[in-house]
Design a protein. Structure first.
Length: 454
């Protein structure tokens, strides 16, 4: 898959939320058929222009999925291993690759190794599996030892992934996922705090099992070049661009996203050769429809997502303008159930827009991207920027594309100098000359995508 990643459009599924699974695992209920229900959604997902699904967490856990208790079995609240194998089979039949959320930095407190330490103390053979175990103190939960929790979350116990026994346990699980489920890649949770040696050895191991296997890491801060390199990861989450996109629209300051794009992908860009994972929202941040100050911004922001360098991803339900914000109760609004698992989607959709309109607009952007090598693989050059407008050019060999955006609620104009020839607007229709580009009109809250025709 990694050799074709530039042609990919992702659909991100948080399965416990989307399928309305119980929040707590009782460890005794019979397996559910929720994964099998997801199979019925594949045609609708593919119709968006999607050819890869990032799904997870999937494996047996205590609650939200990131507190794993068994890497070898699918969570009973979703189904079982056979169900997930069937899911991936049906995805592949439709030309959809499957990327699985891999939570290797930590486990839940119900993980067998941690339970053994609780029972046996220093005599447990697993006392070396976790970071900073100290039998001289008590934990906040009353254990006769302390330990390191991920980011201070003591229900997420940090594994020592450089311990050879831990690594062997994880790698055997990954081998099972590849051989039994035929997955195409992994999204590594908290990759920014996993050791470089672990990442390098994981890359070597997965490549030996499946040459085109794709590894993407969750990285919130830092220089992405530290993670995306030969022999390590193929991509990381592009949080820098994520913030710049919506913030530029809210603040009427297109210079912000212009700076991010130049800094990342311009002629001297730090990441101009990387295929970064781009998104407008996900299971950890507020839904885009709850982030933007005007619902009209949703439409051009998806246009931006599909025309900038990198790999675009759609978070489930956001194609309908779904709203959701973090609050004192947690992340539940970010991860709701969708039909046919609960009431009609219109109960969630933004009243300001028609959800179907946004969905069809996203489909149009995906189709245009699929038709253009320049948008999928081309370089990036900023042409012009004002507080409310931005224009850039993507070029791949003979194909030249100009994307121009208007943040404001009125027609605006942007001056694009030095671009000769004739251009066709492949989004809205119409042809433009060099003179037209010198004072290009842009519809309110919208964009143009121009392809050079001669």
């Amino acid at each position: 898959m990694k050799n074709q990643i530039q042609n990919t459009v992702f659909y991100h599924i948080y399965p416990f939320g989307m399928t309305n699974a119980p929040f707590r695992n009782d460890f005794s209920s019979p397996k559910s058929d929720r994964l099998l229900q997801l199979v019925n959604q594949l045609e609708q997902i593919k119709d968006l222009g999607v050819n890869a699904i990032y799904i997870g967490p999937l494996f047996e856990s205590s609650s939200h999925g990131y507190d794993t208790l068994d890497y070898y079995h699918v969570d009973r609240r979703l189904g079982n291993n056979q169900d997930f194998a069937f899911f991936t089979e049906k995805c592949h039949e439709k030309g959809i690759n499957v990327i699985v959320d891999a939570v290797f930095n930590h486990t839940g407190r119900d993980f067998f190794a941690f339970k053994d330490i609780q029972e046996k103390g220093p005599c447990s053979p697993y006392s070396c599996w976790y970071k900073n175990i100290n039998f001289g103190q008590k934990s906040p939960y009353g254990d006769n030892f302390t330990y390191e929790g991920w980011a201070g979350c003591m229900d997420l116990v940090k594994l020592d992934v450089d311990n050879f026994q831990v690594r062997d346990h994880i790698f055997k699980a990954v081998e099972k996922w590849i051989k039994d489920f035929h997955i195409d890649g992994l999204r590594l949770d908290a990759a920014d705090v996993l050791s470089p040696d672990f990442l390098d050895e994981l890359k070597k191991f997965t490549s030996s099992l499946k040459e085109d296997f794709w590894l993407m890491g969750e990285v919130v801060h830092g220089d992405y070049n530290n993670w995306v390199k030969e022999g390590r990861l193929d991509s990381v989450t592009n949080y820098q661009l994520y913030k710049g996109m919506w913030s530029s629209y809210n603040s009427a300051n297109m210079f912000e996203v212009a700076w991010s794009l130049n800094e990342e992908f311009g002629p001297e860009g730090r990441y101009k050769f990387l295929k970064l994972y781009n998104f407008l929202d996900n299971h950890d941040v507020n839904r885009l429809a709850s982030t933007v100050e005007k619902q009209e911004y949703l439409f051009p922001l998806y246009g931006l997502l599909f025309t900038v360098p990198g790999v675009p991803s759609i978070y489930y339900g956001s194609e309908f303008g779904l709203k959701g914000s973090r609050n004192a109760d947690g992340d539940f609004q970010l991860r709701p159930a969708l039909p046919p698992f609960t009431e009609k989607l219109e109960a969630y959709a933004c009243p300001e827009i028609k959800g179907e309109d946004l969905k069809n607009t996203i489909k149009r952007f995906a189709k245009i991207r699929a038709s253009s090598m320049a948008l999928r693989m081309g370089d990036y050059k900023q042409l012009a920027v004002t507080n409310t407008c931005l224009a850039f050019k993507r070029t791949f060999f003979e194909e030249e594309i100009i994307a121009a955006f208007n943040q404001s609620g009125k027609e605006d104009f942007i001056k694009i100098n030095g671009e000769d020839g004739q251009w066709e607007d492949i989004l809205n229709g119409g042809k433009f000359s060099q003179t037209d580009l010198n004072n290009l009109s842009l519809p309110k809250y919208w964009l143009r995508i121009l392809r050079k025709i001669k």
